[in-house]
Ligand binder design. Structure first.
Ligand code: AHM
Ligand code: MG
Length: 337
């Protein structure tokens, strides 16, 4: 079989975009380069001094690990140098980063990212990831503005994630299916390993933080019990699989079939995950692979954007499993304490 690198694949697909003059291709290539650098550091996290916490608190009030900072810096540097985006939004930065340099003046895109998702797992050798989401700017010229990011998920032109796991993979969509690339460290290239990924319509894995059970809405409590019931016809009980690294959990479910849920809880009444750079890009990928992503009621990609770090509950994965969980949500609308 012919090995196709990410670079070759992107160039071949470029003609799929009647309006694009290669900018999106170059942007995806820049992301691929930053991903390789971050992967290099993640894979030696146990060796380097870089391991551990900086002691700073990020805008979400969480401890920032050094690798979060490193990944954030790498992606920002690569994106600024690439000149294809006029603004960046990151989980690690309270405000957007407008780009005001010569090369970015004519940039058509903005990018939102979670530079290192699942970062509480860095110290224990568990997979972490980067999530990104690309929009066409709505502002007319100059550095990008906050309005460029206040677009619904349906307006995304591309989205993807990188998973730094037992191997490093980059999975992305431009709205024409989902393709996965695995980094071959011997040649330093991402090679097409999972063309046209389709997720199973049904599955037998459910992923959620069951430690929060008492604080779940009744619908989720009842759905968890449903997953645990014995029923040969539907292959229940399902397996519970929760790594605590959203990218890794959702990637596994994408390939094997399953549902990932981060609902509202009494502690986090709006859910935990962020709409702009976690839920929308993951939803775009899952939908493109034939799955479904909602907030328990409504399609994630049709939710209105009001603020940069807005949170939302997330129900994502195999269509039949997401729909089943939503049925329980509808039946048991009350929130327990
Ligand atoms: P992060 O971006 O701060 O790492 O948070 C997102 C992560 C997801 O990757 C993961 O599924 C979830 O938060 C884990 O949260 P919890 O520890 O509450 O289960
Ligand atoms: Mg994160």
């Amino acid at each position: 079989m012919r090995v196709q690198t990410l670079g070759q694949f992107i160039i071949e697909k470029q003609n799929d975009f009647p309006y694009a003059k290669g900018e999106l291709s170059r942007l995806l290539r820049d992301i691929g380069i930053a991903a390789k650098i971050v992967n290099r550091e993640v894979s030696k996290a146990g060796l380097a001094e870089i391991l551990g916490e900086t002691g700073e608190i990020n805008v979400q009030g969480e401890n920032v690990k050094k690798l979060d900072v490193f990944a954030n810096d790498q992606f920002i540097a690569a994106l600024k140098a690439g000149g294809e985006v006029c603004a960046i939004a990151s989980e690690e930065n309270e405000d957007i980063i407008p780009i005001d340099n010569e090369v970015s003046k004519t940039a058509k895109y903005v990018i939102a990212m979670d530079p290192l998702d699942g970062s509480s797992n860095i110290d224990v050798n568990v997979s972490v990831g980067t999530i990104f989401s690309i929009y066409r700017r709505v502002s007319l010229s100059g550095p990008g503005t906050i309005e460029d990011f206040m677009q619904q998920g349906t307006e995304q032109v591309a989205a993807g994630y990188i998973i730094y796991g037992s191997s490093c993979m980059l999975v992305y969509t431009t709205g024409r299916g989902v393709n996965g690339f695995t980094l071959d460290p011997s040649i330093g290239e991402f090679c097409l390993s999972n063309p046209d990924i389709k997720t199973p319509q049904d599955g037998s894995m459910y992923s959620l933080n069951e430690g929060n059970y008492l604080h779940f809405p009744d619908g989720v409590k009842k759905y968890v019990k449903y997953c645990q019931e014995e029923d040969k016809a539907t292959n229940r009980p399902y397996s519970s699989r929760y790594i605590g690294s959203g990218v890794a959990d959702i990637h596994r479910n994408l390939l094997k079939g399953g549902v990932y849920i981060y609902p509202t809880t009494t502690k986090s009444p709006n859910g935990k995950l962020r709409l702009l750079y976690e839920c929308n890009p993951l939803a775009f990928i899952i939908e493109q692979a034939g799955g479904k992503a909602t907030d328990g009621k409504k399609r994630i990609m049709e939710k209105g954007m009001h603020e940069l770090h807005q949170r939302t509950p997330l129900f994502i994965g195999s269509t039949q499993m997401v729909e089943k969980a939503m049925e329980f949500m509808l039946k048991h609308e009350t929130v327990s304490s």
